[in-house]
Design a protein around this ligand. Sequence first.
Ligand SMILES: Cc1cc2nc3c(=O)[nH]c(=O)nc-3n(C[C@H](O)[C@H](O)[C@H](O)COP(=O)(O)O)c2cc1C
Length: 334
Amino acid sequence: MQIYALFEIKMIKIGNLKLEVFPILLAPMEEITGSAFRRLCKHYGADIVYTEFIAADGLIRDAKKSMQKLYFQENERPIGIQIFGNDESGMRKAAEVAAEANPDIIDINWGCPVKKVVKKFSGSGMLQAPEQLIKITAEVVKSVNIPVTVKTRLGWDESNKPIVELSERLQDAGIKALTIHGRTRSQLYKGKADWTLIGKIKENPRIKIPIFGNGDITSPEIALAMKEKYHVDGIMIGRAAIGNPYIFTQTKHFIKTGTLLPPLSLAKKAALCRKHLLEEIYEKGERSAIFEMRRQYAHYFKGISGIKPYRIELMQVENVDQVLSILDKILTLE
Ligand SMILES: Cc1cc2nc3c(=O)[nH]c(=O)nc-3n(C[C@H](O)[C@H](O)[C@H](O)COP(=O)(O)O)c2cc1C
């Protein structure tokens, strides 16, 4: 009995989905977290991966671009499909379409700060209308048979940070986990993420669902410090994973052992970047892949002395042979 109890304590549950304690999640990121990149992050230890946010309207209209974003491979599981929108019926229908792709989780984006999204009361725009936010969330929960989760921010601005109360209401609406980015909408990505209110949610005895902290986790040491200070159930990493999927291995290792793994060698980084590029090409075609990879190169080769001219070249070349030949040249910097 006692062994069983211990086993229970060691799991994190998102509805029926069970994860090892202290999962490290890959954040949804537009035009970054496609299937190829998610698989790399998974390979290096990400416990849950998410699609980029997908417009409910697009899914309802069967728009090709939106439908393509539903694509994932079995070896990415557990995977969440993230949707965003602003009305009950649209979000319900979109959740039903997304559920047909058979993900493990449907995640609702109540956090995107981008102007064209918030002005329609989507993303963090809905933080200005909490009643409606809860109504839509409850509707999505009712519409699918898989766990629904939410990703949001602290609130709209400094004078409106309802997240502590909102988290209880979201739990009552039936969500199975909540991820909070420790910024308000008005902060966009500026300033420092503040996890104080995230910690406060964890102190609330009524909260039973897993609470994941997000914002400014840039190293294994910071991840552990946030775990210990705010007692979150797991953390989500965004920008620091770009061009650096190995951060999941490093972070998990550090949290388990307190020791830091050495960084990847330049040869391994170049091999990883090459694999990433080739998988992106396989999925999206050469042109899109080459453009999307431009967001990642600087991160893959950050801090390598003598890299600058190669980085500039990587941002300019337009075919795969040219990219591969630059990656070969980068190896000579070791
Ligand atoms: C390029 C980019 C695209 C993003 N796209 C999404 C998105 O589609 N859905 C979402 O919930 N958050 C999105 N975010 C926010 C991240 O998921 C995350 O909350 C934020 O970057 C803070 O975490 P970090 O400090 O670890 O990067 C995006 C962030 C960036 C930088």
